[in-house]
Structures are given as structure tokens and as C-alpha cells.
Design a protein around this ligand. Structure first.
Ligand code: DAH
Length: 347
């Protein structure tokens, strides 16, 4: 009998120490103490060993313990189900929510996407071309045959391992290779915008890098003229830099366009007054452009008597540097999260 009293006392203190924090624990409690193979059933079974004269007293003790365990179980059930977030409990809307960490886009992607979206509104589709290119797509088709001096303007990385003698492979020096691929498809008219990464063998410094990004544009149809090019680029500049920005075209030379021009906009830092960024000229060069050279059309299987077109190409890094006031181009490729997380929008 003494033994039973002690056992029940220790069970009680064990139950008193139990803390119900969730529904699973409460269910475990029920199984352990009140279940069909539980402790209560076990000690009830011990009644048969109790001498007859003590049966009454022992019965009372066990009954009392049973009521105690059941009351505790109900109490725990109650506590858990009224907790916020439990299936049956109320949700406390005043609690702070879980934080979802937000990533940010790379400033070059923001700038590229902004450029693309302006041309998409004019009906240009996005086309992409290979970064590892053969000599003909990067130079030859674009009216730069072997030994053409213009090839020296772009310090090229050649991919020696892949050079089997017949074709020399290189890392494209400009996105103009994508023009060639698009023209070769033979589906006219063509109105594409070609974003991508390009490579040049230049010394890495705050102002130049051995890889950077360009966006190329190409429009080919019947009766496309330089006037169409100008209007397209005027629209682009207004959308990109605002209505007050002035534009000027300077005659230039590219082997793949004739006539060729470079386009400047009034400096978006000083508004044209002259500052360090625009080297006191009030103008910043943003792109090269021109009317597609008939030789280029011919090289790509398009009849230059029937079709004409314009093309333009611009860098992405320079406008991004100016837009965000960044003074070192190397920051774009260092993957420093402290730098990258500062950019949320290109507008
Ligand atoms: N490919 C030239 C460069 O990398 C940029 C360019 C100039 C592209 C004139 C064009 C163009 O399509 O018409 O410097």
C-alpha cells in the first residue's frame, strides 16, 4: 500500500512538471497516462495484488489519481487550443509577420531592362546571339574583311583552342554579331533589339573592363531611311533621359553602316553646362548608329535594292555609371552584396 502511495505521488509530480506547448505533446500525454496501454491502466491492474482489507482505500487513491490526470489533460488541451496559430485558436493579427528577404537586381540588368522596354514599346523584339563567335559573324559579314583596319579598333580575344585553321573563333567584341544571325534567318521585315555581353582585350581600370554590355538595334524593311533612325532614337532618348534632353548627331565611321553617326545627349549630370563627367563639353556620347551598309545586307542574303535598314549600338555600363553616380566600372563585376543591394530601380 505504502508503495502505491509513493508511486502515485511521484506520478503526480511528474504530471505537474509537464508543460503543454503544442497539440502533439498533449496527445502524447493522453497516450502515456490515459491511453489503453497507459500508466493509469497499468496501476489499476495492480489492484488485484492489494490485500482485501486495503482495497477500499487503494481504490479511492487510484480513482482520485485518475480524476487528477483527466483534469490535467483537459486543462492542457484547453491551453494549447487557445494559443494563437493553433487550428482552433484565434490568430493574433497584431503580431509582426515573418520577414521575407528581398533580393535586388543587378544595376546592369536594371539599365538593360529599361533600354529594352523602351524599344519593345516601339515593336522591337528581343534577340540574343552567341558570345563565342566565328570571325565571319563578328567581322566579315559586317563589311570588315580580313586585314581591314577597323578590326584593330576592337582588341579581340581569340579562342585559340577551338581554332582548327579554317575558322577562327573569338569572344564577340560587339553585339552586332546578332544582327548578322537575325538577317541570315531571312525573315523580313526585321525589328530586333539585341542585348548581351561583349569582350575586348583591354586593361582593366576604373573606366574600362575586358567585358561589358551592349544593346544593339536593327530595323530592316522596305523604304527605311535615316529619318526613321532619328525618330526612333529621339523617342528612346526622351523616354530614357527625359523630355528636356537635347540630342545631336555627329558624322562618324563604322564599316557596317553608311552613313554612320554617333549620337550625343546633353549631359544628364550638369544639364549641358559642363562638368567633369562630360569633360566640360556639356555633351555625353551614348551610341553609334547608321544606315546598314548594302554590303552587309548582301553578305547576309538580303537584296539591298529592295530593302534598307538602320542599326545602332550602345553600351550599358556608361549610362548605369552616370545614372547611379558610380565611379568605378569594376564594382559591377565584383559581386559585393553591400554594393549590389543598393539598387532597386532604373527609373
Ligand atoms: N558595334 C559598334 C561598337 O561596338 C556599335 C555600333 C555602331 C553598332 C553603329 C551599330 C551601329 O549597329 O550601327 O562600337
Amino acid at each position: 500500500m505504502q508503495e502505491l502511495i509513493q508511486k502515485i505521488d511521484s506520478y503526480k509530480s511528474e504530471i505537474n512538471q509537464f508543460i503543454a506547448t503544442d497539440e502533439k505533446l498533449v496527445e502524447d500525454f493522453r497516450i502515456k497516462w490515459l491511453g489503453t496501454k497507459g500508466i493509469l491502466k497499468g496501476i489499476m491492474g495492480e489492484m488485484k495484488n492489494v490485500p482485501n482489507e486495503q482495497k477500499r482505500e487503494a481504490g479511492q487513491l487510484l480513482n482520485e489519481f485518475k480524476l487528477f490526470a483527466e483534469a490535467k489533460y483537459n486543462e492542457f488541451k484547453e491551453t494549447v487550443s487557445s494559443q494563437p496559430g493553433s487550428a482552433s485558436g484565434e490568430i493574433d493579427l497584431s503580431l509582426p509577420g515573418d520577414e521575407t528577404p528581398l533580393g535586388s537586381r543587378h544595376p546592369i540588368s536594371l539599365m538593360r531592362n529599361k533600354i529594352i522596354s523602351i524599344f519593345q514599346r516601339l515593336g522591337f523584339a528581343v534577340a540574343e546571339g552567341p558570345e563565342i563567335e566565328d570571325d565571319w559573324h563578328n567581322f566579315g559579314a559586317l563589311n570588315m574583311p580580313e586585314h581591314h583596319p577597323a578590326r584593330d579598333m576592337q582588341d579581340t580575344f581569340y579562342v585559340d583552342a577551338a581554332n582548327n585553321g579554317a575558322v577562327s573563333w573569338l569572344l564577340r567584341t560587339h553585339t552586332s554579331n546578332t544582327q548578322v544571325h537575325e538577317m541570315q534567318k531571312g525573315k523580313l521585315p526585321i525589328r530586333v533589339i539585341c542585348p548581351g555581353r561583349v569582350y575586348r582585350n583591354e586593361t582593366i581600370s576604373a573606366r574600362s573592363h575586358c567585358f561589358f554590355h551592349q544593346v544593339e538595334g536593327l530595323y530592316i524593311d522596305e523604304n527605311v531611311s535615316f529619318a526613321d533612325l532619328k525618330q526612333t532614337l529621339y523617342f528612346f532618348v526622351k523616354e530614357m533621359y527625359g523630355k528636356d534632353v537635347k540630342v545631336r548627331f555627329r558624322p562618324s565611321y563604322f564599316p557596317f553602316t553608311e552613313p554612320s553617326a554617333e549620337m550625343d545627349v546633353t549631359c544628364f549630370i550638369c544639364g549641358g553646362k559642363g562638368c567633369n563627367i562630360c569633360k566640360k563639353t556639356g555633351w555625353v556620347e551614348i551610341l553609334g548608329c547608321g544606315v546598314v551598309h548594302p554590303n552587309v545586307l548582301k553578305n547576309c542574303g538580303i537584296d539591298p535594292e529592295k530593302y534598307t535598314g538602320f542599326a545602332f549600338g550602345m553600351g550599358v555600363e556608361r549610362p548605369a555609371l552616370l545614372k547611379y553616380g558610380i565611379n568605378d566600372i569594376r564594382l559591377f563585376s565584383e559581386n559585393d552584396v553591400r554594393f549590389l543591394k543598393q539598387f532597386t530601380s532604373a527609373t
